[in-house]
Design a protein around this ligand. Structure first.
Ligand code: GUN
Ligand code: FE
Length: 448
């Protein structure tokens, strides 16, 4: 009888309570499909092996409600801590880990003088593996458990990052950069071979463990029409694979793209013309848009990776939240390291608040702390078509989570102790938080 009582059913499987683990702390999560946060002051998170062998959330809620259903459950008590979903970074460049903080007169000189010369180094497998290892450790230290990241044009850079992410059981998406023109020797690839390499990498890595592939044209100005056409054909052939690129970041970049593709209705429309706008297509920046561009985003199902620290650092401009919401296309937050200045989701959320407030070039608004947090967790997951998989702690989500210590610094402790509402608590962490706030990052390890 005792054994029967200890059997819980989920995911179509009966599992002994002994295969489950509980974590008791304050709990932050989001309503499905909603930027509304749910906070349990004294919560219980129960995780256990899911159908694919990956640890999943089995139950979550107030301790007093959930605990009685799991007699005998081994519970780790984390008093004073907050368990929250692992952060999702929608756009980052792992090979630019060492490019952070490179000064330049805007995007194009920054690419030419710092980024392209640095990315050449990733043709060397040992160098790529070394940076990949540091990069993954830095993501995890900052509480980022899923990332959509650029590699370089060298297939070896993709192997290095997938290999490292696989070691950590991470859900991570990357792809070989496509750039067959207007790029220096050492990073420029060759049209036919680049497409063959992309398809080989898709077949080798997409769907292996928790890994996903992204077809990755750098941006329209560094690809020939033939390369973009080939990328679009692969995007149609492999609809489960992601697409990632950059668009409408900088006025000089836009002028260049318009010169190179004058037949397209806009810079963004160039991507649509080559079959690169669809669900699971993620465009970084999306700053200098008009309403036709916004409508194209909405209608195609493509989404924006808003990269506020990068946009402030490079002086690119300010993402128009009011415009995006008026037309209604999907978006989430991204660090865009190394144009971006920090791996920390707290720094990115604060920069997003600054960008939202800016009211000289567009409507200024005050994004709520819940909305900012959602953009970097459940909202980012939804934009990546991974809602219910990562970025939240609802039942059946993969159990990637962070343990936050709101006492981590004297000022954090002082400020969070005075919070009178969930918004005040979250905002104190967004404004004052960094890697010190992240006490632990838990990845949903394979249980078998
Ligand atoms: N546009 C094309 N390449 C890049 C890049 O590496 N970073 C940013 N921020 N924009 C780009
Ligand atoms: Fe970028």
């Amino acid at each position: 009888m005792a054994a029967a009582r200890n059997l819980r059913t989920f995911g179509g499987m009966s599992t002994s309570v002994h295969a489950l683990r509980g974590f008791r702390a304050s709990l932050l999560r989001f309503a499905p499909d909603h930027a509304q946060a749910i906070f349990d002051q004294d919560g219980l998170l129960v995780v256990g092996p899911g159908a694919a062998g990956i640890q999943k959330v089995v139950a979550v809620g107030p301790y007093a409600d959930v605990a009685p259903h799991y007699p005998g459950l081994a519970v780790e008590h984390l008093p004073g801590r907050i368990i929250a979903p692992g952060f999702v970074d929608m756009h980052i460049h792992y090979p630019q880990t060492d490019v952070i903080g490179a000064p330049a007169e805007g995007l194009l000189p920054w690419l030419e003088n710092y980024t392209f010369p640095h990315e050449k180094r990733f043709s060397a497998p040992d160098y790529a593996a070394d940076v990949a290892s540091f990069f993954i450790a830095e993501l995890l230290r900052n509480g980022v458990t899923t990332a959509l990241t650029f590699a370089t044009s060298h297939p070896t850079s993709v192997h290095a990052l997938f290999t490292e992410a696989q070691k950590h059981h991470m859900r991570l998406i990357t792809g070989k950069v496509l750039q067959d023109r207007h790029s220096p020797d050492g990073v420029r690839d060759e049209t036919e071979q680049s497409l063959v390499d992309t398809e080989t990498l898709i077949q080798q890595w997409h769907g292996v463990d928790r890994l996903g592939y992204a077809i990755t044209p750098r941006f329209a100005p560094t690809s020939t029409p033939a390369q973009l056409r080939g990328a679009g054909e692969l995007a149609a052939k492999y609809p489960e694979v992601w697409v990632q690129s950059h668009v409408a970041e900088n006025l000089g970049e836009i002028a260049w793209a318009r010169e190179l593709f004058p037949e397209s209705a806009s810079y963004l429309a160039t991507y649509a013309d080559f079959g690169l706008m669809r669900k699971r297509a993620v465009y970084a920046h999306c700053i200098h848009f008009d309403d036709s561009d916004r409508a194209l985003m909405r209608e195609s199902g493509a989404v924006a990776a808003i990269s506020p620290t990068s946009n402030l650092f490079l002086g690119s401009g300010f993402f128009d939240y009011a415009g995006a919401d008026r037309i209604g296309f999907g978006y989430g937050l991204a660090s865009d390291v190394g144009g971006g200045t920090s791996f920390s989701p707290f720094h990115t959320m604060l920069a997003a608040y600054y960008v939202g407030r800016e009211g000289q070039t567009k409507t200024g608004l005050s994004l709520s702390p819940q909305h900012l947090w959602w953009q970097h967790t459940a909202g980012a997951a939804q934009a990546l078509d991974l809602a219910g998989v990562v970025g939240n702690l609802q039942p059946d989500c993969e159990a990637d989570f962070v343990v936050l210590n709101p006492q981590a610094t004297p000022l954090l402790a002082r400020k969070t102790a005075q919070a009178n509402s969930l918004d005040e608590l979250l905002f104190a962490m967004i404004v004052l938080g960094d890697d010190r706030l992240v006490e632990r990052t838990q990845i949903a390890c394979r249980s078998s």
